[in-house]
Design a protein around this ligand. Structure first.
Ligand code: FEO
Length: 170
């Protein structure tokens, strides 16, 4: 089934949003490197790879549907945060925003009666639950840590262990 114009445009918007997420997290990699939290920086590097995979999943799907991929300009992300907690508050807020964008994309698929897209997007719905949970977990630990530098360095060590596993999308 040929993808509708409206659905096609909504997919391109989401590709752009995932690429923005990638750049936002890349900006956070630089921030954590600057303040010497290498484990946090590693965690963010993996997050960048995840976002690139999310963008490419939508990109490849749109091509598979004979849609027209358009790469749009991406806004400049923020590059300053007050501390690790402040940064992760921003990540959590951003992921909640992405969840609402994915829900909006599914709304368009439903309006367009595009059952194939509805089915494909279930992966992204589930992924957002995981994204919010993993970010929420780090955020909760940071709140517990407060001003305890030793505990912060222990968390940094934990986050250094994160590795990238390429997701199988769709
Ligand atoms: Fe692509 Fe973090 O959502």
């Amino acid at each position: 089934m040929m993808i509708s114009e409206k659905m096609n445009a909504a997919f391109n918007d989401q590709i752009k949003a995932e690429m923005f997420s990638s750049n936002l997290y890349l900006s956070m990699v630089a921030y954590f490197e600057e303040i010497g939290l290498k484990g946090f920086a590693n965690w963010m590097r993996i997050q960048v790879q995840e976002e690139n995979a999310h963008a490419m999943g939508l990109f490849d799907y749109l091509l598979e549907r004979d849609g027209k991929v358009t790469i749009e300009a991406i806004e400049k992300p923020e590059n300053e945060w007050a501390c690790a907690l402040d940064c992760f508050e921003a990540v959590y807020k951003h992921e909640q925003h992405v969840t609402s964008l994915i829900n909006g994309l599914v709304d368009v698929a439903e309006q367009e009666k595009d059952r194939a897209a509805i089915s494909f997007l279930q992966w992204y719905i589930k992924e957002q639950v995981e994204e919010e949970a993993s970010v929420g977990g780090v955020l909760a630990t940071l709140k517990l840590i407060g001003d305890d530098k030793k505990a912060l360095l222990m968390l940094d060590k934990d986050l250094a262990a994160r590795t990238f596993v390429a997701p199988v999308i769709g």
